[in-house]
Design a binder for this molecule. Structure first.
Ligand code: PMM
Length: 292
């Protein structure tokens, strides 16, 4: 990471307009409540709102395209009009295209272009940044955990393939955002190993997104006997700690349900980065006064 250009890691707030998402399914399913929650996410520290209309929760059935459009596009339009920067969490090119036309800025495809053969060309033609997330089970095996001999090396190799495919259809390297896909076809040990190796993902030389928020492996750490009993505030505190680790590794953004706690974590890491000797090579340590 180049410490002379320390940037604050962006906070992406999750807005699931679904009846069945993993941690907040049903809460924001109604249009007005979804928009109100999007505004609340912005007010509490989100730089980007990630609007999704299809749950990827293990075992959930796919929604049809018309229903996904109905859920997502009006919410995107209203939040964009209110000044939000929006990513659209979808595996469908048409939902991405219509959301971009309604004011979205970024495509977030958890299948990294594998689910819809035209997704990567939409990203190329619109020049919209696109999140390419690692996931092996995007076609009907959402809950499957796969075998890895070396999860870090294999996830990086598979992401490199997705990156090459995107570049081959004309997506500019600077518009590619990579995401290790925590919890997607991975068990808790895999997720922790990936988090321990975030530097390697940052070294791929694309923007890095990390999305750990409230996932099962966090709940299992906090409440091993019964993950469902993990306290929501404790899960958000653990998520914010992961946001700090991600920011320290140079992540461009963290995707979270509670922006307030993660925004503080990212701010702290940015302040430390801005005051590091590498950011101020000419500074004379010890010349400053003492402050609180
Ligand atoms: N996780 C979920 C949904 N969308 N998008 C990206 N890029 N990365 C993720 O890890 C990711 C995602 C599932 O979590 P949720 O049900 O809490 O939204």
């Amino acid at each position: 990471m180049d410490h002379s250009a320390v940037k604050t890691t962006q906070v992406m707030g999750v807005l699931n307009v679904t009846p069945d998402s993993f941690s907040d399914g049903g809460l924001w399913f109604d249009h007005d409540r979804a928009v109100a929650h999007g505004l609340e996410l912005m007010a509490t520290g989100a730089d980007i709102i990630d609007v999704g209309g299809e749950s990827t929760r293990p075992g959930s059935a796919r929604v049809d395209e018309a229903e996904e459009l109905r859920r997502v596009v009006p919410v995107v339009r209203e939040l964009a009009a209110a000044g939000a920067v929006i990513s659209v969490d979808t595996m469908r090119a048409r939902v991405a295209e219509e959301s971009l036309a309604a004011g979205a800025d970024i495509i977030n495809d958890v299948s990294a272009g594998q689910s819809d053969p035209t997704m990567l060309s939409v990203a190329a033609e619109t020049s919209a940044p696109i999140v390419l997330m690692h996931w092996r089970g995007y076609l009907g095996q959402a809950s499957a955990t796969f075998h890895y001999d070396d999860v870090v090396a294999e996830v990086i190799a598979e992401l490199r393939t997705r990156i090459d495919e995107a570049i081959a259809v004309g997506v500019k390297p600077e518009n590619i955002i990579v995401d290790p896909g925590l919890g997607f076809s991975k068990n808790a040990d895999h997720n922790w190993q990936l988090l321990a190796a975030l530097d390697e993902f940052a070294a791929l030389d694309h923007r890095l997104l990390v999305a750990a928020s409230r996932k099962r492996f966090i709940a299992s750490l906090l409440s091993p006997d019964d993950p469902k009993q993990a306290e929501p505030a404790a899960k958000d505190q653990a998520t914010a700690t992961i946001s700090a680790i991600s920011a320290q590794a140079g992540a461009w953004a963290v995707r979270v349900h509670d922006p307030a706690t993660s925004a503080i974590a990212c701010k702290v890491i940015a302040a430390v980065g801005q005051h590091s000797p590498a950011a101020h090579p000419a500074a004379n340590p010890g010349s400053g006064g003492v402050s609180q």
